[in-house]
Design a protein around this ligand. Structure first.
Ligand code: HEC
Length: 136
């Protein structure tokens, strides 16, 4: 009996330890690059937004405002920003596609790489996190 209890406890401990160590790349990226404008909770009250009085939208209501469907492709293009800026001129949001593309080079300095794949990976991780921030 004791053996069983100990094994169950070890299993539970193992599971929580595994859960705690799980990397949430989208969340880390959001907190590093976006939260200072969009706020930790996504509601648009980050410190830079308040200091410079930027009008930053609440990104937790993107699905709600789109008939309950999270607009993945539009959000992707908004974050990337390179095509949008070509089409409409300037915007207040940084152009993350350009930033991530330039940022990929030092990571792969001795290895052939595709900067577009690096950009896509980072934006998709962010989209996964933004999806989880949506209000139901
Ligand atoms: C310098 C401040 C700033 C930072 C940093 C920033 N944003 Fe934004 N974001 C804005 C502003 C301002 C808008 C409103 C559109 C505009 O003016 O460009 C916006 C709009 C958006 C939108 C569209 C929201 C909607 O409701 O249509 C998304 C999605 C978004 N940002 C995601 C991000 C992500 C993801 C990051 C981090 C990688 C980020 N933003 C970093 C300022 C910022």
């Amino acid at each position: 009996m004791l053996k069983i209890c100990v094994s169950v406890l070890m299993l539970l401990f193992g599971m929580t330890a595994f859960g705690a160590g799980k990397l949430d790349i989208g969340k880390i990226e959001y907190e590093q690059s976006c939260a200072n404008c969009h706020g930790m909770d996504g509601k648009g009250k980050g410190s830079i937004a308040q200091t410079f009085q930027l009008s930053v939208p609440d990104i937790t209501t993107m699905a709600k405002r789109n008939g309950g469907v999270f607009p993945v492709s539009r959000v992707y293009d908004l974050i990337d920003g390179r095509e949008e800026v070509k089409a409409h001129g300037t915007r207040e949001m940084p152009i993350w596609g350009k930033y991530y593309s330039l940022g990929a080079a030092p990571r792969y300095d001795d290895y052939p790489y595709n900067p577009e794949a690096a950009v896509r990976g980072r934006i998709l991780a962010l989209i996964d996190y933004l999806y989880r921030l949506q209000q139901k």
